[in-house]
Design a binder for this molecule. Structure first.
Ligand code: PMP
Length: 311
């Protein structure tokens, strides 16, 4: 099935089943749903093939529970059952390279109109192969971003800190605008005019040797990857970090800019609004972080092994 390369099986409402059998009515209110985006990496070498470990399972599953709370959904499984379901889904597919895991939860429809939820939910755990972009070629590829004319959804309109599908209508507007104008992706400002994040990843800048990233109050998703970087960049790499609001002008004046997230991993950005950053691309700090990030994901950093959960 397109977008689910090789995913013959998924886990749905308590059992592993063929993805083609994981069907629901077209009347289901899927737009009221929440989800997670998680990755499992190959032990020893992220670009290789072998045993998989899930990166920061706990951070992701805790966020799923918080998203459910905010969006009024009750998950009828324990976190341990969700982990087992994820393992079963991956094993059934026989995956042995980087895998993306996307637990999805949405209310079941009540009545033929299907627009009102009845408190019961569907829980599906699709898994799919998704190659890591932490190889040399992807790390040196140029990426031009623009500041979107669409503001990031405000926290008094929708819950940006939750991973709710509804928020992605906002990302979709910004992403489509960027591609229409020939850019690779968009950076959204928050409703106050400060830098928020990209359409599916958080943003970090480097200025004078300090890594700077917007606070949670800038309407960002509370990213699990960002949280990991904020810990290991100062503690393991000795590079100072600063969590504070960033203005658009400061963004232009950055030495380096990169995105971080489950999908984005550590992804260097060449320019924003065609203002190019720094003298080298990717910049030295971005390269160091990306290299260290792959070592953590491959389970090669003893101190950070507890961020990885075996499949
Ligand atoms: N912001 C948005 C809007 C996202 O979709 C993602 C990807 N989940 C992120 C940030 C990064 O979050 P995480 O590190 O938890 O994947």
């Amino acid at each position: 099935m397109s977008g689910f390369r090789g995913a013959e099986y998924c886990w749905m409402n308590g059992e592993v089943m063929k993805t083609e059998r994981a069907l629901v009515s077209a009347m289901e209110p899927i737009y009221l749903g929440i989800f997670e985006g998680i990755r499992a990496y190959v032990e020893g070498d992220v670009l290789g093939e072998g045993e998989l470990n899930i990166f920061r399972w706990k951070g992701h599953i805790d966020r799923l529970w918080r998203s459910a709370e905010v969006c009024g959904l009750k998950i009828p499984y324990t976190k341990e059952e969700m982990l087992e379901g994820t393992r079963e889904s991956i094993r059934a597919n026989g995956f042995r390279t980087t895998t993306y895991i996307q637990p999805r939860i949405w209310p079941r429809a009540r009545g033929p109109g299907g627009s009102t939820a009845d408190g019961e939910v569907h829980v599906v755990i699709p898994t799919m192969l998704l190659q890591t972009r932490l190889g040399e070629e992807e790390l040196t590829r140029e990426r031009r971003l623009m500041v979107s004319s669409w503001r990031r959804v405000a926290s008094d309109a929708l819950p940006p800190q939750a991973k709710a599908w509804a928020n992605y209508a906002n990302s979709g507007q910004a992403g489509r605008e960027a591609r229409r104008l020939g850019f690779d992706d968009a950076i959204m400002l928050d409703n106050r005019g400060f830098v928020s994040e990209a359409t599916g990843a958080c943003l970090m800048t480097v200025r004078d040797g300090t890594v700077i990233t917007p606070p949670v109050t800038a309407s960002i998703l509370e990213s699990v990857t960002r949280d990991a970087l904020l810990k290991y960049i100062p503690e393991d790499l000795g590079i100072p970090v600063d969590v504070r609001d960033i203005t658009r002008v400061e963004l232009y004046a950055s030495d380096e800019v990169f995105l971080c997230g489950t999908g984005a991993e550590v992804r260097p950005i060449t320019s924003v609004d065609d203002v190019r950053f720094g003298e080298e691309y990717p910049g030295p700090i971005t390269k160091e972080i990306a290299r260290y990030h792959s070592e953590i994901l491959a389970c090669n950093v003893e101190k950070r092994r507890d961020w990885l959960t075996p499949v």
